[in-house]
Design a protein around this ligand. Structure first.
Ligand code: AMP
Ligand code: TRP
Length: 333
């Protein structure tokens, strides 16, 4: 049986990269699979958080899931910390995760950059093991994520394999990454060689899921380009990261390919293309933003959805945790 699991951190605002690289694909998958979508609040604690802001962000990410089209009845939507089996399995798996594997994780290197080696916190280092636990506690088989999570998923597979070998059982399925769509890596609007990210200091680098139409228009108008007209074929995008990024975003939003976009705009300058891109982005994002605002206005409703989701997730996770405890030789009463 196939089971999907994925999650996002409630750290600041979701942006177009989160939407095109992950969330939109999750919505498509809900028709064919049993899906569990998590707000990974424990992961957010790996960087400093203001408690009240974190609480709000957890609800806001849940609202974004629903506003983007995830049905909380058909899918399980919950926050990670509400199901304690995630953290418990994380400990057990950490005892099967060699330091050498974790030392290779590029995201840890990036996030701990600028810190003295001994000042980076243990939670940030252990982050990929908690992520493996998120997936494995539900015995998920498929994990839809953006390209930046590929390495973490390989680690999850390796840890699952290490556990299975240690106990001589085929207990955990090895989860498959699903990196889907045209825009698996959306880049910054200010620098086509950098990933669009929540942590970029310039708000003009990204389109946030909460931006209104005017803000979206302004950001796209100011987006960096180069002086050449748009190329007529995909190969022409090769050494042009900003052009490539905008064309990719267009293709993803329009549910088409980069080749199709270039068939339409190739040879033209950026100004006409950008106008069309603004209309398209606003058309796709505005209904989501509106729905998100409505939902975040009703905290009680979001909390009710998360609580119900946590109960359903807990029913699956507790059963698996009990099996794991039996496998490894822990007593439970
Ligand atoms: P995060 O915001 O780091 O919790 O990421 C949540 C999901 O969005 C993950 O599946 C990421 O791979 C995906 N994601 C984040 N940034 C981007 C981006 N710039 N392009 C494509 N996918 C992204
Ligand atoms: N590390 C992921 C990210 O930053 C979030 C995450 C945590 C996740 N646990 C997960 C994604 C389990 C997929 C499955 O994007």
């Amino acid at each position: 049986m196939n089971r999907i699991f994925s999650g996002m951190q409630p750290t600041r605002q979701l942006h177009l990269g989160n939407y095109l690289g992950a969330l939109r694909n999750w919505v498509a998958l809900q028709n064919d699979y049993e899906c569990i979508y998590c707000v990974v609040d424990l992961h957010a604690l790996t960087l400093p958080q203001e408690p009240d802001v974190l609480r709000n962000n957890i609800r806001e990410v849940a609202a974004a899931y629903i506003a983007a089209g995830l049905d909380p009845e058909r899918n399980i939507i919950f926050n990670q910390s509400a199901v304690s089996a995630h953290a418990e399995l994380s400990w057990i798996l950490s005892c099967h995760a060699p330091l050498g594997w974790l030392n290779r994780m590029t995201q840890f290197k990036e996030k701990s950059q600028g810190k003295q080696a001994n000042d980076a916190v243990l939670g940030l280092f252990a982050y990929p093991v908690l992520m493996a636990a998120d997936i494995l506690i539900h015995k998920a088989t498929h994990v839809p994520v953006g390209e930046d999570q590929k390495q973490h998923l390989e680690l999850a597979r390796d840890v699952a394999g290490a556990f299975n070998r240690a106990y001589g059982q085929d207990y955990f399925p090895l989860p498959e990454p699903q990196i889907l769509g045209e825009a698996t890596r959306v880049m910054s609007l200010r620098d086509g060689t950098k990933k669009m990210s929540k942590s970029d200091t310039s708000d003009y680098s990204r389109i946030n899921m909460t931006d209104d139409a005017d803000t979206i228009a302004q950001k796209i108008r100011k987006a960096k380009t180069d002086p050449e007209p748009l190329p007529t074929a995909v190969e022409g995008l090769a050494a042009r990261p900003e052009a490539d990024n905008l064309v990719t975003i267009f293709a993803a939003l329009a549910d088409t390919s980069r080749a199709d976009v270039l068939a339409r705009f190739g040879g033209q300058n950026f100004s006409g293309f950008k106008k069309e891109l603004v209309d398209l982005a606003v058309d796709r994002l505005a209904p989501i933003t509106t729905r998100m605002r409505e939902l975040t206005g009703d905290k009680a409703e979001i909390d009710r959805i998360l609580k119900r989701g946590a109960e359903r997730a807990d029913a699956i996770a507790s059963r698996h945790l009990a099996e794991v405890k039996d496998i490894v030789g822990l007593l439970r009463f």
